[in-house]
Design a binder for this molecule. Structure first.
Ligand SMILES: Nc1ncnc2c1ncn2[C@@H]1O[C@H](COP(=O)(O)OP(=O)(O)OP(=O)(O)O)[C@@H](O)[C@H]1O
Ligand SMILES: [Mg+2]
Length: 268
């Protein structure tokens, strides 16, 4: 899907990352610029390194280029300048992508929706059924394979979308505000399931959200983006071991970090 180097370095990549490079650089975003054909400059000089198995959130104002950046990382689009550099180039099926809307096919069952990436990759029916069933079970939807999307709740639909992203067992998971439309309780449940999956599978996760609290709860580091054209203005570590339990949300350190991050967002 994505090449090791996703675009020519027209502007030349910078050699050191401003986030301190402490993440190890398994994935490196080097001097990423993105200008769309209509002249909109969405991103300008994005620098970030991500370690293998790390959970990093992107937080920033609406329109600062978070979705654009995620698409560039996924190889769904190419930077105008700069590079997306992987230490180990991802192969087809190595990057799972979860969009803000579950985007399920309404005429297909949950199992068929989850199996879609396998179908596109040419896997046989028996393997598709088995792997889709396992992916649904991994997100707590065992037994829902034959259900159609209209008979599932919002949270269940999002679980199906996550199962579809995980069905190829990708080491990398990119999520674009996946829980924004859900009520708080469901959102907390899905936060816990996501972090459990990430820990159990050693996933590298890049998670876009507008929720400061959600970012603090889930992330090892939080990258704050400035207003459009976006760049990473600050990277804030959340030094608490994962997986975290819901009590973490009530700790004084949690509130302190949320306040620090909100201030960084306001500063831009
Ligand atoms: N295909 C496109 N053509 C032209 N402009 C685009 C295109 N896609 C995005 N943009 C513009 O690029 C900027 C960044 O968009 P993007 O969707 O990445 O922002 P975002 O940070 O994800 O916003 P939100 O938080 O609202 O989802 C916006 O000004 C948007 O209008
Ligand atoms: Mg977006």
């Amino acid at each position: 899907m994505t090449e090791a180097v996703a675009a020519d370095a027209a502007a030349g990549p910078s050699v050191t990352a401003p986030d301190g490079g402490g993440a190890g650089g398994w994935l490196r975003l080097a001097g990423i610029h993105k200008q769309f054909d209509d002249g909109t400059a969405a991103l300008s000089g994005v620098e970030l390194t991500v370690a293998r198995g790390e959970f990093v959130s992107l937080l920033g104002p609406s329109g600062c280029g978070k979705s654009t950046l995620l698409r560039l990382i996924a190889g769904l689009d190419t930077p105008s300048a700069g590079q997306v550099i992987w230490q180990e180039p991802p192969k087809k099926g190595d990057i799972g992508f979860v969009f803000q809307e579950p985007t399920l096919l309404p005429w297909a069952t949950a199992g068929q929706n989850v199996a879609l990436p396998l179908r596109l990759a040419g896997h046989g029916a028996a393997a598709r059924r088995e792997q889709a069933g396992a992916a649904l079970a991994a997100v707590g939807l065992e037994g829902f394979s034959r259900h159609y999307p209209h008979s599932l709740s919002g949270g269940m639909k999002m679980r199906v979308a996550i199962a579809r992203a995980l069905v190829t067992a990708p080491p990398v998971l990119l999520l674009d505000e996946p829980f924004a439309a859900l009520d708080e309780m469901t959102r907390h449940e899905l936060n816990d399931d996501l972090q459990q999956l990430a820990v159990n599978r050693g996933l590298t996760v890049i998670f876009v959200t507008h929720s400061v609290a959600e970012a603090v709860y889930l992330s090892r580091r939080i990258a704050i983006m400035s207003a459009r054209p976006g760049r990473i203005s600050k990277v804030i570590p959340v030094d608490f071991p994962a997986p975290r339990a819901s009590g973490f949300r009530h700790q004084a350190e949690f509130g302190k970090l949320c306040a620090e991050i909100s201030a960084a967002l306001r500063a831009g």
